[in-house]
Ligand binder design. Structure first.
Ligand code: ZN
Ligand code: ZN
Length: 410
């Protein structure tokens, strides 16, 4: 049996090799909470061992972020410094890898003025558009992973002491990422192949539309764009190297035709949105647009999130995750989208990943014309349930059962 320190090293190696797949001579931009400096060091060391040219650190800290939103001068939230934009544009232009260790107290910003959060999102969304589009198009390899910070672990396991909560969350994270003391890279490859199998089946059907239904109240239909493809598991960056954008990942996903969604989408898990928990919410959707949004908890934050720009109230992703997935089966509510989205079928409001054959040679206008949504935001929210039914309708009008009782039928 390996101890936790050895398992952390396996996890760091998996992230650097299978996640970002850093290449000789490539730079790595590493974002990490300062509380997890030890893990950042493991990642940096693994990256240098793989031939990384330079690791560029971007530290974050929940307290400092909260102080800024509470106490900084008001005009700060309406602009982004030129040097900051230039840094991300220069690094993404040269094809650096972008690795984010995403872990935060899910309610870190709950006492902050929601207007400051929204204005900050709008100003950075506009300023960082070039960088964001490069990431959405996979110009650079990118990867999001998590390690347990104390405040996050306590939010997930409030009944445990801080130390036990952190250890328990480590165990859950390693389990979800299939780091089990054996060959973690091999486990990951096998899992990725299984995702590819579902991708291929969905692509072979080339469905025209999908219809969702469950007892929680989701009842929705949507079309898939001409030339769309499903993705899942490994992706390929512009330089031709495989990478995994999320560790863990359990989803196969594509995009809907922007104006085609009609019905009701009911969330089945809470959503941590901009440092606040939004819970028990639903959307009424008409011709692709959210026309009503209600939440029992965090409604103002939710309404702000879907109005940061016009595209934020339309959808950019439909993702299939079997209810019988390791993360769902763990019974843990992670309060962190990286994990919760991989426990459940989900949609995202906002920007679409351009999962369209030949999209790299199409203009924004051409992509919009076939139904690709553009927005400065992209937020996954979970609608999966043990009784979820999804029917696919082919271009010949044939109806195929894709999900029965929350799981793939194939
Ligand atoms: Zn997703
Ligand atoms: Zn997403």
């Amino acid at each position: 049996m390996k101890n936790l320190e050895e398992l952390k090293k396996d996890y760091a190696d998996l992230i650097v090799k299978a996640g970002i797949n850093i290449q000789k001579g490539q730079r790595l931009v590493l974002s990490c909470p300062v509380e997890e400096a030890d893990f950042a060091r493991l990642l940096a060391k693994a990256a240098y061992e793989a031939g990384c040219k330079e690791v560029i650190m971007r530290w974050s800290d929940d307290d400092l972020t909260r102080y800024k939103f509470l106490y900084a001068a008001d005009e700060i939230f309406d602009s982004v410094d030129h040097w900051f934009v230039e840094m991300l544009e220069t690094l993404s232009e040269e094809g650096a890898g972008f690795l984010s260790v995403y872990a935060e107290d899910p309610e870190n910003l709950k006492d902050v003025d929601p207007d400051r959060i929204k204005r900050n999102q709008i100003s950075s969304g506009k300023a960082l558009e070039t960088y964001r589009l490069r990431m959405m198009r996979n110009d650079c390899p990118w990867c999001v992973v998590s390690v347990p910070t104390k405040s996050w672990a306590k939010a997930v396991f409030p009944e445990l002491g801080e130390e036990e909560a952190v250890l328990k969350l480590w165990a859950e994270i390693l389990n979800a990422c299939r780091v089990d003391g054996g060959d973690a890279a091999k486990n990951w490859r096998e899992h990725s192949d299984e995702l590819r199998r579902h991708v291929e089946i969905m692509n072979n059907y080339n469905f025209k539309s999908l219809r969702y239904h469950n007892a929680a109240g989701t009842d929705v239909t949507l079309d898939l764009p001409e030339g769309h493809f499903w993705a899942g598991g490994d992706e390929v960056c512009k330089a031709g190297h495989n990478f995994s954008a999320n560790i863990p990942t359990e989803e196969v996903f594509t995009l809907p035709v922007r104006d085609s969604i009609n019905g009701k989408l009911v969330a089945t898990r809470p959503l941590c949105l901009n440092g606040t928990i939004v819970d028990k919410f639903y959307f009424i959707v008409k011709d692709g647009k959210i026309v009503e949004a209600h939440a029992e908890k965090g409604e103002e934050v939710l309404k702000n999130a879907i109005t940061v720009d016009e595209g934020a109230s339309y959808f950019g992703e439909v993702a299939l995750v079997p209810y019988d997935s390791p993360i769902q089966n763990s019974g843990v509510l992670f309060l962190n989208t990286l994990f919760d989205e991989n426990a459940s079928c989900h949609f995202a409001f906002g920007e679409a990943y351009p999962c369209i054959h030949g999209s790299e040679n199409m203009t924004e206008e051409e992509l919009k014309a076939i139904g690709v949504n553009y927005s400065m935001t992209h937020e996954d929210f979970m609608i999966g349930s043990p009784d979820l039914s999804i029917i696919g309708i082919t271009h010949d009008g044939e109806e195929v059962e894709i999900f029965r009782d929350g799981n793939f039928t194939f």
